[in-house]
Design a protein around this ligand. Structure first.
Ligand code: AMP
Length: 614
């Protein structure tokens, strides 16, 4: 396939903000894509060259991209920087410079998707001496063949700024629309203008006519058709949640249909999206949601660790699916010693503890181990973790995700022969009695944990979903996880730091809405803890635009923020503001933007707070 065809799709996707229109155009494209090209196309529309479970990223820095543009266009880096400052988009700068050059030297070769994909993959493989030059050549080679808008999208892809708006929901729906015309056709409408069968948007995605107006559109949807359609989407979603690989899911859907999707299996060694928890404010509410009796477990204040074993090989993944096997050698040892099975996937919480006092330490103290690349053994001795096993997804080659929770727990209790401070089954009781659960909650707090997780006994394991099969009960006004979208340089002694941060929550389809500005909670000196200096270092490479003291940032850094109250406010896009916000900690290593709090969460907390005041 020619890269220009994919670029045409990017431009179409860029030209609309409407979810249904994006899904429709993407689905049309996928339908026409051959099975051989599908993997590369599905990855490239996500701006990646590896599936989402794979940590390898293209990750090219702005300066390297500038050098490559310089090499391909013959224009000096200074001029490129100047153009960049004006346009604010290095992709556009590359496009215009390469276009200018092209008139002079018309290269005959057309870029193929495969060529672009191969070069981008090579970028991820190069390390060590000479790798920067080699990377620059790989990018420049693509740019020198690029025509029209191709250079723009090559640059955006390598910088991780493709942003054509094809998130997981859109990709899932597009796969359904592309390969299951019957199920999908039944929920589409026939446009009275162009007579095509199109998604039920306000306006026809094909001809732009207002749907539902004269000439009449025909709605063919029935309740049954909607049910079939939703089941199909769930089937695709499950296949994705089990594999984290849309390219594989698309290929199965295209070549084998629903049967292929059903055959998609958990693969030991490939991380799976974990099941997420909902919050409750009382034991009564919890029991109402999960039924009686319920399993109540300590909620450990550590980090999620998914542990895979296949014979001698062991893999450890965080909740963001990062491979941290090397960082936790003591966990690998414990798994071998205390888990009596050869092949499994366990869901666990790893908590740091002080080997001298035997007491748990807060997550902040242990978080440094997650990214650690050196002195790993020393840290494992000084700040070891205890692994608390609370779920199992696969055992001896059998997928257990559809089994009820109490059955999975039985298996854990059978195979985990643990020891305190090393690896053990999470502490729990099964109860229907509210008073007993409250007493257990107090014990959990006294033992240094955050509270309880209350779980539904007959629930399956639903990867990636927040379905109310497990609930967290902490009894405090919860802190918010928000992403920094802009910042301001400080004044006086803070002049060298970006010292106030505009925070945003998430809304429909991943839109970010501002909810306030925070400038307290951080330390002035690094030795004292999480500092302005550290945050500034994290933010500097993310600067997109600067105007006076204000900088716009690529949204990446996620902060946990405490506050006194949520107020309604016209100042911010979310319609809310935080009173007295203060930074608690950095959560960027644990959560992606998908995991931050949503406008719905804010609305819920706002209502809850009103109820409490009343
Ligand atoms: P939160 O991060 O506040 O949404 O709380 C949910 C997290 O609590 C899960 O993602 C786990 O990392 C953690 N957790 C701690 N103990 C347990 C447990 N016994 N069962 C399930 N999750 C737990």
């Amino acid at each position: 396939m020619k890269y220009s065809e994919l670029v045409e799709l990017y431009e179409t996707l860029d030209s609309t903000t409407k979810r249904l229109a994006k899904t429709y155009h993407l689905s049309q494209f996928l339908k026409e894509t051959s099975a051989d090209d599908l993997e590369q196309v599905v990855l490239l529309v996500q701006g990646r060259v590896f599936p989402s479970y794979d940590e390898r990223e293209i990750g090219v820095a702005n300066q390297l991209a500038i050098k490559a543009i310089c090499l391909a266009s013959g224009v000096s880096s200074q001029s490129i920087e100047k153009e960049w400052a004006k346009a604010g988009d290095l992709g556009k700068v590359a496009e215009s410079l390469i276009k200018g050059k092209r008139q002079a030297t018309l290269a005959a070769t057309e870029l193929s998707v495969k060529k672009v994909f191969d070069n981008l993959r090579k970028l991820t493989e190069l390390t060590g001496q000479g790798s920067v030059d080699r990377k620059m050549q790989l990018i420049a080679e693509l740019l020198s063949f690029a025509k029209g808008a191709e250079a723009r999208y090559i640059i955006r892809t390598i910088l991780g700024q493709l942003r054509v708006g094809t998130g997981a929901g859109i990709l899932r729906d597009a796969i359904a629309w592309a390969y299951f015309p019957k199920a999908v056709g039944a929920v589409f409408v026939k446009c009275g203008g162009c007579h095509k069968t199109v998604p039920p948007a306000d306006i026809c995605v094909e001809c732009g006519m207002e749907l539902g107006k004269e000439p009449k559109t025909t709605a063919v949807e029935t309740e049954e058709a909607r049910k079939d359609y939703n089941e199909l989407l769930a089937e695709i979603q499950t296949a994705y949640d089990l594999t984290n690989d849309f390219a594989l899911v698309a290929k199965k859907a295209k070549t084998e249909g629903v049967e292929g999707l059903e055959k998609v299996e958990i693969r030991i060694g490939n991380p799976i999206k974990i099941m997420l928890a909902l919050k409750v404010d009382s034991v009564a509410e919890a029991l109402e949601t999960v039924g009686r009796p319920a399993q109540c477990e300590y909620k450990y204040d550590g980090f999620r660790l998914e542990c895979h074993r296949n014979g001698e090989k062991i893999w450890l993944y965080t909740r963001r699916l990062e491979n941290v096997t090397e960082q936790f050698p003591e966990v690998v040892e414990c798994l071998k010693k205390y888990v009596k099975a050869d092949k499994y996937i366990l869901d666990t919480e790893a908590v740091g503890h002080d080997p001298k006092t035997g007491k748990y330490v807060p997550f902040q103290d242990i978080s440094q181990r997650i990214k650690r690349k050196y002195e790993i053994e020393r840290l494992a001795q000084e700040l070891p973790v205890e692994v608390n096993v609370f779920d199992i997804l696969s055992c001896d080659g059998k997928n257990l995700t559809a089994e009820p929770f109490n059955k999975r727990r039985e298996i854990i209790e059978r195979i985990v022969k643990g020891a305190d401070m090393k690896l053990k089954v999470s502490t729990s009781i099964v109860s229907s009695n509210e008073a007993e659960i409250e007493r257990f909650f107090s014990k959990a707090k006294a033992d240094g944990t955050e509270g309880l997780m209350i779980k539904k006994l007959d629930a399956p394991y639903q990867p990636g979903a927040r379905v109310g099969y497990m609930l967290k009960y902490k009894k405090v006004m919860e802190n918010l996880d928000l992403v920094i979208v802009a910042a301001e340089w400080g004044e006086g002694k803070r002049v060298k730091w970006l010292s106030s941060y505009y925070l945003a929550c998430r809304h429909d389809g991943g839109r970010l809405l501002e909810i306030g500005k925070v400038s307290t909670g951080l330390k002035e000196k690094r030795e004292e803890g999480f500092s302005f200096d550290e945050v500034t270092e994290m933010l500097k490479p993310l600067i997109l635009e600067q105007e006076g003291r204000y900088v716009k940032l690529k949204p990446k850094i996620i902060l946990e923020v405490a506050y006194e109250e949520i107020q309604k406010s016209p100042t911010y896009g979310s319609g809310y503001a935080l009173r007295f916000p203060r930074v608690i900690r950095d959560r960027s290593d644990e959560k992606g933007i998908d995991g931050i709090n949503t406008l719905e969460d804010i609305e819920r907390l706002y209502k809850m707070q009103k109820k409490q005041k009343a």
